[in-house]
Ligand binder design. Sequence first.
Ligand code: GLU
Length: 294
Amino acid sequence: MKAFISRRKSILLAAGAAVALSLSACGGGGTPADTAPVEEAPTFAAGTTMEKLSSAGSIKIGTKFDQPLFGQVGLDGKPVGFDVEMGKLIAGKLGIPADKIEWSETVSANREEFIKQGQVDLVIATYTINDKRKQEVSFAGPYYEAGQALMVNKDNDTIKTPEDVSGKKVCSVTGSTPAGTIVEKYGAVLVPVATYSACLEPLRNKQVDAVTTDNVILAGFVDKEPDAFKLASDETFTKEPYGIGLKKDDTEFRNWINDQLEAFEEDGTYKKAWEATAGSVIKTAPELPAIDRY
Ligand code: GLU
């Protein structure tokens, strides 16, 4: 632990002005998954993805890089968040330590393609399970259920429900489920961008009236800038069950990940992962949703 802190400190010192801010944010050590035991020489049936990854000793995981609470790259260049913790826990069960995970940024529009092309073994990236996506990839989970919401400027008292954005400019991300819903169901004028953080300046400058995506993503942005932004309402208006994306029809791998998710719930690592990340802002700890063993 001591070694970790001093290594971290030297990185932070190099970062100059950011030092004071980040020392308080780093909270004195690794995340639960960094300190959770990595399975020693686990064995898997020959030919399975688990066996291939485990014997390679590394895994490629796609996550978000700009979403506080679920997946955001820190000052040290490493992503942190609940999705990232899930990835580390799964890697650990394959005998792969956190520092042998190759993280890539996946944005909403390229997740299926990254899986199909083999750029990543898994996508854990606030990734809603739905039938359309299931035609291209398979999903383990869900491991969390979010819901769509709206974020507005702090001084906006006119937008409270999705009905209020009909005909209004709403920023969201290309290839995401909320972008589709806000146009098709609520008649908003979409201002599409590649990642959610790209919606923040347009909202602040009033070039758009609102930002829409999952409540937990927006809650992360509001937490960073509570004087600038707020959620239009605590209500959500869709269900967004988050899955772990993997190669289509790799049923053994999917079933195995589902078993691990249930084990994380049982042994308390799921709860610890939540508390160390999104739980700092979202106080109601989730229970693992019923796994969709389709
Ligand atoms: N969960 C939604 C989706 O998968 C929105 C969040 C995101 O774009 O990652 O499309």
